[in-house]
Design a protein around this ligand. Structure first.
Ligand code: AMP
Ligand code: MN
Ligand code: MN
Ligand code: MN
Length: 279
């Protein structure tokens, strides 16, 4: 069975609408999928309706940004109810912070002589209520300030670069609690992507997450290397985490594999979807 539990639509920083994304997943043979937009569940209803028409399995999801150990960590929530108490208000609040950060990023760019970045990024965001650094990168490329998308992050937007403005993201404990209170399971997204200054910090993250009741880690992710997949398969084995897998697909022409094209999880691990109710 081809499964993909991590993908983005234009409700956050992906380029396809939730329906178009479902069709793309279907065309790639995906039989069970989750929509996991950043800090929003606004696309789940539309995606769910199309999967039903196509006879695919669907799990409502979200990729929640959280601050931990001086880094932004992404926690995927799977199987949670978007209409549960507190869910909508939680994500509205985060998206308000995203907009405020966008204005500050615009001011940083202005100080480098690049005017109109906030308005430009916003014009490229299909959902004006969920502004991402990705939209800034796309605008910089379109306006000719960089010659490649990745250059926008490397020069200006990634952690430590001058136009990266931090958000006071919700804490790990709050995020796990929110997911659980809405009936979902919590998954550490792409663990191979967190550049902690010390290796032991990643171990601490796993321990803390497990102590909070976090259930799973993404063993196979289209946004980490195959070596990382193997390394985190071993972590799941040792620590008793359930295993999740997803392409982290955002857009055509991006760096991520197509929906469902991430590596399959090793057979000895227990997949997280075994415990999730499919719609
Ligand atoms: P945000 O959540 O608005 O801070 O933006 C984060 C998004 O930007 C991620 O979900 C990725 O899609 C993208 N991103 C973050 N860091 C990088 C990077 N170093 N290179 C390319 N894309 C990145
Ligand atoms: Mn993204
Ligand atoms: Mn992520
Ligand atoms: Mn993602």
């Amino acid at each position: 069975m081809i499964i993909d539990l991590h993908m983005h639509s234009n409700i956050s920083d992906g380029s396809l609408s939730p329906s178009e994304l479902v069709y793309l997943a279907y065309d790639n043979g995906v039989q069970l999928m989750a929509l996991t937009d950043h800090d929003s569940m606004d696309g789940v209803h539309q995606a769910s309706a199309v999967t039903e028409e196509l006879g695919m399995g669907f799990i409502p999801g979200v990729e929640v940004s959280t601050g931990w150990g001086g880094r932004v960590i992404h926690i995927v929530g799977l199987g949670l109810d978007a209409s549960a108490a507190g869910v909508d208000a939680f994500f509205r609040d985060v998206c308000t912070k995203r907009d405020r950060r966008g204005q500050l990023i615009g001011e940083r760019f202005a100080s480098f002589g690049i005017q109109g970045a906030y308005e430009g990024a916003l014009s490229l965001a299909d959902n004006k209520d969920n502004l991402s650094r990705t939209h800034f990168a796309r605008w910089l490329l379109k306006a000719g300030y960089v010659s490649q998308y990745q250059e926008a992050f490397d020069k200006y937007l990634k952690t430590g670069r001058p136009c990266c403005v931090e958000i006071d993201w919700p804490g790990l404990d709050e995020v796990v609690e929110l997911i659980h209170s809405a009936g979902g399971m919590a998954v550490i997204a792409h663990p191979g992507r967190y550049a902690f200054s010390e290796d032991w910090m990643l171990d601490e993250l796993f321990k803390k997450f497990q102590a909070l009741g976090g259930e799973a880690i993404e063993v196979c992710s289209g946004s980490q290397t195959r070596d990382a997949d193997q390394k985190f398969a071993e972590v799941a084995r040792q620590m008793g985490f359930l295993a999740s897998a997803g392409s982290d697909w955002h857009t055509h022409g991006g760096s991520r594999p197509l929906p469902g094209h991430q590596s399959p999880i090793p057979e000895d691990l227990t997949p997280v979807w075994r415990f999730l109710r499919h719609l």
